[in-house]
Design a protein around this ligand. Structure first.
Ligand SMILES: [Zn+2]
Length: 374
């Protein structure tokens, strides 16, 4: 991770670089960021910069022995603590047991959140924390002499997930830090960290990515058109993870949007044959997805209703949905919106109650025909 890899954040970069030149470097720093702003990448680029033997005015050199070890995240004086899921059968007890996965993960992701990390280790929906046991590991590592770096750096990603006993031991270390050791804490919820750590660390507040920086990245690096980039930047609201999600609209959403479009077209044109074949298709997608579909359609109806009389930035649709809405929104109005929502809720309920899904869908299409003509 280099400073150049991080979108925008020019002011923070300038401040961090300045400390490297003055040598005025706080030994405990708490980077606070809203999700998807690049806080971890920024702190990692900073650690690299502090240790680079040949840094320029803007970034690390990329060629010195320290940079090369940072490239592989294998520097002996670079340590990571992060939330994890302990597992007896997988022999995962402390963070270092996940080190190969963690290194791969960081090589592949500049912007990430806890979900991204957990799904990369196939631990979705599990409770991830920094266990009490981790504090012994931290103590053990830091009791050794730093090997070669100008600054040994211990990263704690999401310290708010730290077990209290572990946090208190970390606090002791921060109070009496080993020689040349820096503690970089990167948090999305600093108010949940024990107050004694908060008060002993220098706080660095990172804001969401500025809209103009986000747009610059989306148009030049990802090749989006100006309009698409503007739309994505609005939805993402400074969060690059959200921007990426918006662009690669999930396959399920794509399918649901297509189903929604043909449902509405068939109903509008009273195309009974089309309604029947859509109902057949609907019956094949499985009950869970059928429920998700009705959830999705309720959101779209709501968005389409709001579309006409609110400013565009209040709408939370992706590009494809917004394109469809520019034509469809006039058909959703105060004369039918409540009944449309009721019909969709009812259909969702019937599907949950195992009513024949083909019938539910066909019946719904007929009712929508009537409602759209109002
Ligand atoms: Zn270097």
């Amino acid at each position: 991770m280099y400073f150049k890899d991080i979108i925008g954040q020019a002011e923070i970069k300038r401040q961090l670089i300045q400390t490297a030149h003055t040598g005025n470097i706080a030994h405990a720093q708490l980077f606070c960021e809203p999700e998807g702003a690049g806080g971890f990448a920024l702190a990692l680029a900073y650690a690299r910069y502090l240790n680079c033997d040949n840094r320029t005015a803007e970034d690390s050199c990329g060629n010195c022995p320290s940079c090369l070890k940072y490239d592989g995240l294998v520097h002996p004086d670079l340590h990571f603590v992060f939330p994890m899921v302990a597992s007896k059968e997988k022999k995962k007890d402390v963070c270092d047991d996940y080190l190969p996965e963690w290194r791969n993960f960081l090589q592949e992701h500049t912007y990430f959140n806890l979900n991204t990390w957990l799904s990369s280790i196939e631990a979705d929906n599990k409770q991830a924390i920094i266990y009490a046991k981790e504090s012994d590991e931290i103590l053990r590592k830091l009791s050794l002499k730093a090997q070669e770096a100008t600054y040994r750096v211990l990263f704690v990603w999401l310290p708010e997930k730290m077990n209290d006993a572990c946090a208190n031991k970390l606090l002791k270390l921060i109070e009496e830090p080993p020689h040349n050791t820096l503690f970089f804490l990167v948090s999305e919820a600093p108010e949940q960290i024990i107050s004694t750590i908060q008060s002993r660390a220098q706080r660095i507040n990172i804001r969401g990515i500025a809209p103009e920086d986000m747009m610059q990245n989306l148009t030049t690096r990802l090749g989006l058109t100006y309009d698409d980039a503007q739309n994505v930047a609005h939805i993402a609201n400074g969060n690059y993870i959200k921007a990426a999600e918006t662009i690669s609209l999930s396959e399920e959403n794509m399918l649901f949007l297509e189903m929604f479009k043909s449902m509405m077209r068939n109903s509008w044109s009273r195309n009974v044959k089309g309604m029947k074949s859509s109902a057949d298709q609907f019956a094949t997608i499985g009950r869970e997805r059928q429920k998700n579909f009705f959830n999705y359609t309720q959101r779209l109806i709501r968005e389409n209703f709001m579309y006409r009389f609110q400013s565009p930035e209040l709408n939370y649709m992706n590009i494809e949905e917004a394109q469809f809405s520019s034509k469809f929104a006039p058909f959703v109005n105060e004369r039918n919106v409540f009944e449309l929502m009721e019909e969709l809720e009812k259909a969702e309920r019937h599907v949950s109650q195992n009513v024949n899904s083909k019938m539910v869908f066909f019946d719904l299409s007929l009712r929508i025909t009537v409602l759209l003509k109002r």
